[in-house]
Write a protein that binds this ligand. Structure first.
Ligand code: GAL
Ligand code: CA
Length: 371
């Protein structure tokens, strides 16, 4: 205490002036006590309320390849939710999202614009996974880390700079799971081999040529089926760029070529499996003459088709998990906190596991997504 009131006042009958002096002293004591109290309160609140420093102000630039891609547009929503969660935890965050309509040139310009707007971390879903150099150069010039996602740059490009990261999933795992799901269905339901020749006549609908998820998913699904003892006869294969309408067209051609011989459709994603079903619907093919369809992604429409029994099964591409990993990594890169707690493969890669989805567990995913 700065001031204390004497316990025994020797002057029992104070004069007017000594009374005024006493009043003054009391006012001063009151004033100092209040000042000290306010000072301590301010100090306490500064210690307990974490105020983000300017380095903790996250300005996130998100650039993605095409908004017509069903999985990607759902993933971007998840990513925004994840950044919202971080904002609720006290970080100051602004998120700017740009969509490149399938042009790498447009995306390069958008990344430049995001950097000029002050973004201090970039999340990039490349248009051309083999052409990230311009974006990497721009980011390096401004010392802004990049988290690539979903469309994996080739390994040499990832080595160009130490502030490049990738978040995605292992394509091989999704193919193996699709193959296991198809093998399981074929081995339990003998009618899938409709002509009962002991072989499964199949077609494949592939995503973009050169995408890590196209070639690998197809190869590993087919190899897994073979390893599980399923005899296969490949009838046809068509590229449909992840797209439902293109898959419908490709499937129409395949049906006109092979009529009702097709017993199995392996699609690299749900949208293409749904496009293949659209083709059969358009041709009014009776249910007993339909092949079985398998997808990958577990998009809203894909899950619905599994729940309704139209799509035999799918493989869940964990967009929530991937988005959470991106947001966590972005925050760690900006705040400098928690980076050592993140588990990387080869120092810069994070892969989230796929999950099998069938009619018997599809409601778990529905519940998780509150559909
Ligand atoms: C894949 C996904 C596809 C498509 C593609 C785009 O992982 O399964 O549906 O979105 O990414 O890069
Ligand atoms: Ca057959």
């Amino acid at each position: 205490m700065l001031h204390s009131i004497p316990k025994n006042n020797p002057n029992k009958h104070p004069t007017k002036s000594s009374h005024r002096a006493k009043q003054k002293e009391l006012i001063m004591i009151h004033f100092f006590t209040c000042t000290i109290f306010i000072f301590w309160m301010l100090l306490l609140s500064a210690c307990t309320n974490y105020q983000p420093s300017s380095a903790d102000r996250m300005q996130v630039g998100v650039a993605y390849y095409n908004q017509s891609d069903t999985f990607l547009s759902q993933m971007i929503e998840c990513l925004k939710d994840q950044f919202d969660n971080l904002a609720n935890e006290g970080l100051e965050i602004t998120v700017m999202v740009r969509e490149a309509a399938g042009s790498q040139r447009t995306q390069d310009d958008q990344v430049k614009e995001l950097i000029d707007a002050g973004c201090n971390v970039l999340c990039v879903n490349l248009v051309d996974r083999a052409d990230p150099s311009e974006i990497i150069d721009l980011a390096r010039e401004h010392n802004i880390p990049i988290i690539f996602f979903n469309r994996e740059p080739v390994a040499e490009d990832m080595m160009q700079w130490d502030k490049l990261y990738y978040v995605g999933a292992d394509a091989n795992q999704s193919g193996v799971m699709q193959g296991e799901l198809a093998a399981g269905a074929i081995q339990t339901c003998r009618q899938i081999d409709r002509n009962q020749d002991g072989k499964i006549q199949y077609v494949v609908l592939e995503g973009e040529a050169g995408h890590q998820d196209s070639i690998i998913r197809t190869e590993s699904a087919v190899n897994t089926l073979k390893q599980k003892g399923v005899s296969l006869e490949k009838l046809s294969c068509g590229i449909a760029n992840w797209n439902r309408a293109q898959a419908q067209n490709r499937m129409m051609q395949m049906i006109s070529q092979h009529q009702n011989r097709i017993e199995l459709v392996l699609a690299n994603n749900d949208d293409m499996a749904l496009g293949a079903m659209d083709a059969y619907k358009k041709l009014n093919v009776t249910e007993s003459a339909l092949p079985v369809f398998f997808g990958i992604d577990g998009t809203d429409v894909g899950l619905k088709a599994v729940a309704e029994g139209r799509l035999s099964a799918t493989v869940y591409n964990d967009k929530e998990g991937q988005s959470a990993a991106i947001a966590k990594l972005a925050a760690a890169l900006i705040t400098g906190q928690g980076l050592n707690k993140i588990e990387f493969e080869n120092q810069k890669y994070i892969y989230l596991p796929y999950k099998k989805v069938t009619g018997s567990n599809v409601y778990v995913f529905y519940k998780e997504k509150e559909l």
